[in-house]
Design a protein around this ligand. Structure first.
Ligand code: SAM
Length: 217
């Protein structure tokens, strides 16, 4: 499809609203952000497809529906500080920046972080910081976070991320499970108590780091 605006509108109605995404702020943000601007030239025709799309370095930009589900689960009102783990293309960071006050996004692959920074700067975002590092240990110097979104699949919930949530109502959204299939978990903090609910099944690339899967490269 070459008409990106039409494709985006179809994405909103057929992939998101029709499947139960109700938060109007999330729908409007995904209507505003040009997803194709975050996808490499060779994959651009697939930018609005109902699936994850390759972005290079063996990584993907998540399926639009999954971006919407995860974002909606953070219940953002506009005043929050949010941490994203797994910048990838920068698209999810852009959606978060539309809906929260301040976004820090961590990516372990420097080349992806650099491409994402360029795409985000071209869109004029000034409330996103892209950091190169291991996001499984969070970002202690900017904690606490009202929301933490992890966009790669983890074997378990990293303890550091739980501890960097805001004490009252901080929310962590993270895919948990084996590499072949994970389940989206939503963890909510109330002081030293953490409640966890399980949501959709999903398949993400692995979260690799000190508090997740081992791996190099
Ligand atoms: N949110 C991204 C987007 O909007 O394009 C999609 C992210 S992609 C599914 C997962 C990303 O997580 C990859 O870019 C991968 O390099 C990154 N990643 C994996 N383990 C990580 C870690 N420990 N810290 C930071 N990033 C990590």
């Amino acid at each position: 499809m070459t008409n990106f605006e039409d494709a985006r509108e179809h994405m909103i109605t057929d992939q998101l609203a029709a499947r139960g995404i109700r938060d109007q702020r999330v729908l409007d943000a995904m209507r505003r952000v040009p997803r194709h601007a975050f996808v490499p030239e060779e994959s651009r025709a697939q930018a609005y497809a109902d699936r994850a799309v390759p972005i290079g370095s063996g990584q993907t930009i998540s399926q639009p529906f999954m971006v919407a589900v995860m974002t909606e689960a953070l219940l953002l009102k506009g005043t929050e500080r949010v941490l994203e783990v797994g910048t990838g293309s920068g698209y999810q960071a852009a959606i978060l920046a539309e809906l929260a006050c301040d976004v820090i996004s961590i990516e372990r692959r420097p080349e992806l972080a650099e491409t994402a920074r360029t795409a985000l700067a071209a869109r004029g975002y000034t409330n996103i910081r892209v950091i190169v590092g291991d996001g499984t240990v969070g970002y202690p110097s900017a904690q606490p976070f009202d929301g933490i979104l992890v966009t790669a699949g983890a074997p378990r919930v990293p303890e550091s991320l739980k501890q960097q949530l805001s004490a009252t109502g901080g929310r962590l959204v993270i895919p948990i499970g084996p590499p072949e299939l994970q389940r989206l978990a939503v963890i909510v903090r109330d002081e030293n108590r953490f409640s966890q609910s399980l949501r959709e099944n999903c398949v993400f690339v692995p979260l690799v780091g000190a508090e997740a899967w081992p791996g190099g490269g």
